[in-house]
Each structure stands twice: as structure tokens, then as C-alpha cells.
Design a protein around this ligand. Structure first.
Ligand SMILES: [Zn+2]
Length: 288
């Protein structure tokens, strides 16, 4: 006797119930995640759960006990054995979605070749230091959308960079530059002793990583809708009204509500979040 297909047999059934959801567009994605720490763990978890097809994960670091308070894929034995973060995440993410193709690269972001980035649809910056984030920012700008996340204790931020909007460096203050200058020695080697480990909390990391993945979901659906209509996504399109009249209108509405050219600041003490515009800064070294 033929059994009725069960709605519970499809791993992605519940998200497909979201109006306009395009599982095909999600499954085809080829995404780069840089950093396999707390944010990297949570971002890969989110990407695996929604069914992203391919992920490349870059991190040269090994797991230590102090990672275990906030890294969902790591366990005490990994720390005891000093396993590579990227390798462990790659193996365990497959337990969420066995179809996922996930490639760990055990390198520092600065070691990646110049032409590496343009093969990807989206890049997630899950780094804990400003120098590496700026390196990624300058190498992705104009080539691939960059979704940056950062946290410290109860606070976090998310920024999306798609040319020609403002980049991460546009938002840098004089104080940030001074910090960078102090952080590196005259030969370019990091001086770790003046950069003590920042406070880190699993709750904040989960929230910020979820917001990063959520930004990608909106951008993917915007791009997919416009592609079907033969249009091209434009970062500056902002619609105040809720879409729904057509796919294109809905795509514009979604895109207008992304964090492209903006950043979101999250405050877990006061339970608030605020979105700020980031203007292109004249003289920014990334785009002049
Ligand atoms: Zn800039």
C-alpha cells in the first residue's frame, strides 16, 4: 500500500511555508565563512539548518578549553586533543544536514590568494580582530557581499557591505586606527600582549550570528526574485511600504530593509537594538 507523503519527512518543510521562500536559491549557494570561533560556529549552524549547499570555512586555530562556553560544535575532548576548529565544525555540521558540502581551510585569512573571494556568493566575517576584518573587507569589496559580525560581552554589531555602499573601513574612527597602529609592531607582527582577550558570551554570539544569517536570507530572496524578472538588485532601493503586490516589489522591500550601508548595534543589557546609516567616507583607502 502506498503511504501518503508526510509533511514531516522534509527537513525544510517549515521554512518553505514562509511566503516567497526559495529553497532552491538557498541550496545552490556557495558561501565562505572566515573564522571558526563563536560566531563561526553559530553562522555555520544557521547555514546548515536552512540547507545552504556549499560552505568553505577558514581558520588556522585549534580548540582550547576557553572556547567551550560559546562554541556549539565543540566538546571537552576536542580541547583536550587540540583539534583544528574548522575541521571539527566541518565534520559536525554534516550531522545537521548530510547533503552539505563543507570544506575546512586551515589558514590565516591573510594567506588566502587575491582571486579567492569572487567564487563565492556571500562571505561571512566572523573574526575577532580588526586587522583581519579590514583585510577581508578590502578583498571582498566590489567582488562579493560581505556580512560582518562582532561581539563583546553583552554587545554586538552587524554590518553588510555591498559596493557601492559604505565598507567596514568607512565606519572606522581615529581611535580605531590608533588601536590598530598600537596592535602591530613595526614589522607587521601582531603584539598580542596589548590585546587582552575580549569578554565573550554565548547568548550574544548566537544573536549576532543569527542576524548575520538572516541578512543573507533576505539578500538571497531579493536577488532570486529580481533574477526571475530579469532585473538586477540595487542596494539603494528602499521601500517604506510592505511588499506583496509582486515578487519584484517584495524583493525591493526586503532589500531596502537589509543592513546594506548600515550597521546594527545590539545591546543585550537594555534589550535594545538600533540601526545606523554608514556613509561612504571620502579618502577611505578601500574605494577612494
Ligand atoms: Zn570604505
Amino acid at each position: 500500500m502506498l503511504e501518503k507523503p508526510s509533511i514531516d519527512a522534509d527537513q525544510f518543510d517549515r521554512q518553505k511555508r514562509i511566503a516567497g521562500w526559495d529553497q532552491d536559491a538557498i541550496s545552490k549557494l556557495n558561501v565562505l565563512v572566515v573564522g571558526a570561533g563563536a560566531l563561526g560556529n553559530e553562522v555555520v549552524k544557521g547555514l546548515a539548518q536552512i540547507g545552504v549547499g556549499r560552505i568553505t570555512l577558514v581558520d588556522f586555530d585549534r580548540i582550547v578549553k576557553a572556547n567551550l562556553n560559546r562554541c556549539v560544535f565543540f566538546c571537552p575532548m576536542d580541547a583536550a586533543n587540540g583539534l583544528f576548529k574548522a575541521r571539527v565544525i566541518a565534520t559536525r555540521a554534516r550531522s545537521i544536514n548530510k547533503k552539505i558540502r563543507i570544506t575546512p581551510i586551515l589558514k590565516n585569512v591573510e594567506e588566502l590568494p587575491e582571486n579567492f573571494y569572487s567564487q563565492f556568493d556571500y562571505v561571512f566575517s566572523c573574526l575577532d580582530n580588526l586587522g583581519a576584518r579590514l583585510h577581508l573587507n578590502s578583498h571582498c569589496y566590489g567582488k562579493v557581499p560581505l556580512i560582518d559580525g562582532g561581539t563583546t560581552g553583552f554587545f554586538g554589531k552587524v554590518q553588510v557591505v555591498i559596493a557601492p555602499s559604505a565598507c567596514l573601513e568607512c565606519a572606522m574612527s581615529e581611535q580605531d586606527y590608533q588601536f590598530l597602529w598600537r596592535k602591530y609592531s613595526c614589522v607587521g607582527d601582531p603584539l598580542d600582549f596589548i590585546d587582552p582577550k575580549t569578554p565573550a558570551l554565548s547568548t550574544t554570539n548566537s544573536i549576532i550570528a543569527a542576524l548575520q544569517v538572516n541578512e543573507m536570507i533576505k539578500l538571497v530572496h531579493c536577488a532570486a526574485s529580481l533574477e526571475r524578472k530579469g532585473g538586477k538588485p540595487q542596494p539603494k532601493v528602499v521601500g517604506e511600504e510592505q511588499g506583496g503586490q509582486s515578487n519584484v516589489e517584495q524583493a525591493k522591500w526586503l532589500f531596502g530593509n537589509t543592513l546594506v550601508g548600515k550597521y546594527l548595534f545590539y545591546d543585550g543589557v537594555r534589550n535594545t537594538q538600533a540601526v545606523f546609516s554608514v556613509e561612504r567616507r571620502q579618502g577611505c583607502p578601500v574605494h577612494g
